[in-house]
Design a protein around this ligand. Structure first.
Ligand SMILES: C[S@@+](CC[C@H](N)C(=O)[O-])C[C@H]1O[C@@H](n2cnc3c(N)ncnc32)[C@H](O)[C@@H]1O
Length: 185
């Protein structure tokens, strides 16, 4: 069982903890401005569709989780995963405000607890660069992604994401900082 309190004590230094305390307040404001362009890219590339299952890995305060829940609708399902409990609380508050019932939160830093090949779209926006065990996380994402599914990154790492996807995912599309991958089976 993932022990979040122990994780914070063992893995994060006080500076990083402080950064995150501030982060939950300023990041949503920043994201409200910057997400417009990213959501436009979703539309242009038809990334999220009605009825699909969507995993927002490192969802933060839900800037993309909530729009995804609206798009996938009642026939679809959204999973919002993050390792910071406060982030997930904010997502749940937004969920209630919007009256959405097709979303579940997952508190974890790696394992999703989801069944094999159960997800159509995995979204990682500005997360990969923060993850220490990148390869292990990507192996878990490979396990849960459906054969025809899509893994999409939007990350400042840009081409460097390719250093971690080798043998697991193959690049299918690239549009600025948006990288889409198919599962290698
Ligand atoms: C820069 S924020 C981006 C949040 C959101 N994706 C967005 O674009 O608004 C990075 C998020 O990744 C989460 N994160 C970092 N490492 C993680 C890990 N190993 N597992 C789960 N979440 C992680 C952080 O807690 C934080 O919420």
């Amino acid at each position: 069982m993932f022990d979040i309190e122990r994780f914070l004590e063992e893995k994060l230094n006080p500076v990083f903890k402080g950064y995150y305390a501030i982060w939950v307040y300023w990041w949503p404001l920043w994201r409200r401005i910057t997400r417009r362009d990213i959501l436009r890219k979703w539309q242009q590339t038809n990334l999220v569709r009605e009825g699909c299952t969507f995993l927002d890995y490192g969802c933060g305060t839900g800037a993309f989780t909530i729009p995804a829940a609206k798009i996938v609708g009642t026939r679809g399902k959204v999973y919002a995963l993050d390792y910071f409990p406060r982030q997930l609380e904010i997502v749940k508050e937004e969920l209630q405000k919007e009256g959405l019932a097709n979303l579940e939160t997952i508190l974890s830093n790696q394992e999703t607890g989801l069944p094999d090949e159960s997800i159509d779209v995995i979204w990682m926006c500005d997360v990969l660069h923060e993850i220490k065990e990148r390869r292990a996380v990507l192996e878990e994402l490979h396990r849960v992604l459906r054969k025809e599914g899509t893994l999409a990154f939007y990350d400042g790492m840009k081409e460097k994401v390719l250093n971690y996807t080798n043998g697991l995912f193959s690049l299918t599309e690239k549009e600025g900082k948006l990288f889409k991958f198919a599962k290698i089976t």
